[in-house]
Ligand binder design. Sequence first.
Ligand code: GUN
Ligand code: FE
Length: 432
Amino acid sequence: MKENSFILKGNICYAGTKDRLAIAEGGYLVCVQGRSCGVFPVLPEKYRGLPVTDYQSCLIIPGLVDLHTHGPQYPFRGLGMDLELLEWLETHTFPEESRYEELAYARRAYGMFAEDLKASATTRAVVFGTIHVPASILLMELLEAAGIKAFVGKVNMDQNCTEQLREQDAEKALADTRQWLADTMGSFQNVRPILTPRFAPTCSGPLLEGLGELQREYGLPVQSHLSENLSEIDWVKELFPWSGCYGEVYEHYGLFGGEALTVMAHCVHSTEPEVELLRQKGVYVAHCPQSNINLSSGIAPIRRYLDKGIRVGLGTDLAGGAAMSMFRCMADAIGASKLYWRLVDQDSRPLTMEEAFYLATKGGGAFFGQVGSFEEGYELDALVLDDTGIRTTRALGTRERLERYIYLAEEGGRLAGKYVAGQEIFRQNICG
Ligand code: GUN
Ligand code: FE
């Protein structure tokens, strides 16, 4: 039997297009060597030799993609939610991240993060580490072992932050980054490095310049934060007075799309020229609704981005967002879009459940390649959802069960199985 080749049977549900679910009740999802061969109502003859796992009435959906999160902030999730971004960074975030200089602490904290991520519905994630090279390598090793596909970034920051978390200067920061790249590039099956300037205010011109050179030299992907908070945006304008918009700072240094696969978190307050730049450069927006609420950042105009054809996925932004759950993230994205519609722009229709599901699967999945769908050729990331614990008197259809799982995953939802690129991460016999 070929490795990573099998069939899953159940009530299969995936994003066909942005606003339409593809549903196959009692369908067969065929995986050959880690990739989907498609979903079939009746098993084609040529796949008859493959082992079938029958998940009976369970839902089977693509794995969920967390397009923006911070591993080192996991210990203080759910704490310190009463400040805006810049004060929150100083008060809660930088002190916590400073602790990762000590590898024993990193092992304890990242151990919890990786273990919980493995047990979660997230199959892929784009993750910030800290400035520390040994701790960032450890984070990569732990995610690799957990079977999660991830981009992980050693963070760069050499100004405007506490001394314990400040890289000595651009030269040392770039030397450390080169060392980290040498130690990690091509070393893992699941995990890859991503350039990670924290955000423009904490990065000097020479640091950004050097990171742009590294990007071109190695063709590396890039992640950062963009236009999250109004004070942050004013600060960027002060620090980089020549920039027409915040995004132009990254773009100036070659860290904003085009050849560089790039994801920018938030984009809550992007101006029209910045939105146009995001579109032109093919930059991914990681929409992090729960973080935007917790840090009183605002509401990102996701409908506008989708209408413009900008690439969008969803992120938890731990610990700006308190919850690791991507189901919660989808529900929050829908909720935030309704407030935007009601309070800001009556022409921006709220996101539908189908659209939020698309963003959490295929939307963010595209950052990883052919990921986030069960269409033929896609890498097979799958979740098996047992919703029998989310009780109701009603007989529900598949779409309704998915909708309810998104809203109520934490109230009785159970993962009966998790697969990443055809690799079984876990399986539990709980489907009825
Ligand atoms: N901007 C710069 N750093 C951070 C961070 O850690 N979290 C969030 N939400 N925004 C940031
Ligand atoms: Fe963030």
